[in-house]
Design a protein around this ligand. Structure first.
Ligand code: CO
Length: 140
């Protein structure tokens, strides 16, 4: 069901400092930058081989990433796995009784469809499933 690690999500308070670290000092190319209002984040994705690091800055304190930062401080927020068919993956997890944050896929960064599995079901590590736009086109 999972084909590879698509990205690691990192919660940051200072996006410019995080970009300086990853893009400048660690020399990762910036792949994408986007404000996702419905998730309350500004996200910057940097490419590492076939995967990415996703820097997440909360737009407001009363957002999931804002609350995470207040509670834990900056750091690893989630791991995201690529899936071929996110609807099928969610249906299977639901049938298995695995607790989900998103029972229906929603819009992610750069035209992806995403869904989060509940951290209570994943030993505390928030886990995201990502269906890339290319996977959807191939199936259509
Ligand atoms: Co993510």
């Amino acid at each position: 069901m999972l084909s590879r690690i698509d990205h690691l999500g990192v919660a940051v308070a200072d996006l410019d400092a995080a970009i300086a670290l990853y893009a400048q000092h660690l020399s990762l190319p910036i792949d994408h930058r986007e404000v996702i209002e419905e998730q309350g984040v500004e996200a910057v994705a940097l490419t590492v081989g076939e995967s990415r690091v996703e820097l997440l800055r909360p737009l407001r304190p009363d957002t999931p990433v804002g609350r995470f930062l207040a509670e834990h401080g900056p750091g690893l927020h989630h791991v995201a796995y690529a899936v071929e068919d996110i609807d099928a993956a969610l249906a299977r997890l639901k049938a298995d009784g695995v607790r989900l944050v998103d029972e229906v896929a929603r819009r992610g960064l750069a035209g992806t469809r995403i869904a989060f599995v509940h951290p209570k079901a994943t030993m505390g590590l928030l886990t995201e499933l990502v269906e890339l736009p290319a996977a959807r086109k191939e199936r259509a």
